[in-house]
Every structure is written in C-alpha cells, then in structure tokens.
Design a protein around this ligand. Sequence first.
Ligand code: CA
Length: 227
Amino acid sequence: MNILLVEDDRDLAANIGEFLESAGHRVDYSTDGLLARRLCSECHFDAIILDVGLPGINGLDLCRWLRTVARKNTPVLMLTARDLETDVLAGFEAGADDYLRKPFSLKELAARLAAIGRRGRLGSGVLTVADLELDMATLTVARAGLKRALTPSGLRILELLMRTSPAVVSREQLVELLWGEAPPASDAALRAHIHLLRQAIDPPGVPHLLNTIHGVGYRLAGGLDAP
Ligand code: CA
C-alpha cells in the first residue's frame, strides 16, 4: 500500500515508517498538518495514519477537510493519546475509519491497517427501508427526503443493516465487517459508530428506524418501538 504517515513525534514516526517499509509498503511522511494536507490534495494514498495532535492543523481538522472539502474516501487510521468516549466520537465524527491509542504495538498497527485497507468498495444500487434511502453510487443518504451526512464506517454499517432489514445484524457481524480478524479490545468504537449513525438517520421528530436488540445486535425497521 501507498501510505501517508502524519506524526510529529520523529522517533515514533521513524519506528512506524521502518516497520511499514520492511513489510513492503511505500511510506510518505509528514510532521505537520499543513504539509500533510498538501500531500493529500496532490497525491493518491491507499491509507493515511494520522496523529491527532499536530502543528499546523490538527488531525481532526485535517480528516474533516479530507472528507468534506477534498471529498476523498481514503481510509484513515487515527492515532490518539487518549481514548475517552468523547475523543473516539470526535475522531469518527471527523471521518476517521478507526483509531489506535498510544502506546500501541507495531503488530496491532499492522492489523488495523490491514483491516481498514481490506474494507474495499461498497455494493451498488439504491437501498430503501421505510423513508430511509441509501444511494450506493453517490454514497448519499436521505431520511424523509432530507440529505444526511454519514462517516465512512457509518455507511458500511448502514449498508449491512439495510440489506439485512428487517432481520437483526449481530454485534459480531458488525465487528467482523469493520475490523475483520483484528477487533479492538473495547467496544467503545462500535458504540461510537452506532451513536453517530443513530444521530444521522434518526433525527428528533421522526419515528426511529435503528433499534437496539439488547444482548444481540441491531435492527433497522420501520413500525417498531423506539429503542
Ligand atoms: Ca503529536
């Protein structure tokens, strides 16, 4: 893979860079957010490893810019110093695909990177459940005729939920979908993804479509009680 590594801790960056290159990847490297932004607009990368705390512009703003201004779907693995629920949410809200909390092992980094690289393309066609619509060609989501913004992982989760609806998608299926063989140790990331998805597709004032089936998973269906 062609990887952009954005990390201002030079020792850590050298460590990660050597490891990735020895595994056969091509690595471009930036210690600040502004240079990284320029590289992103000029070059194609298969994945971006992005530290949150950076000089220039921070990782969250850079990721948000990548998704909303540059409109690129490049998988982003965020490196964070903390993994409080609010940090995890902020990362996913900015459009990150996954995150790793420092310190992490290089083995863990490789596994997560492989998982986000493997996610590949979504299916095709237009999916509908009740008044929710997902257009796989344009990756746009509309609820009751209004456009909704979703994160890359949110889109994947929603696609699976819609294709499976009205049947239940288990937590295990979602973990497998997002992380494959390398699931994160805590379920904070999955909870954050579901939270953001629910905010996007079930705004206040409309009947809820996303239902939590406690101890099992999630189901997308109209005409059911709100969770
Ligand atoms: Ca930093």
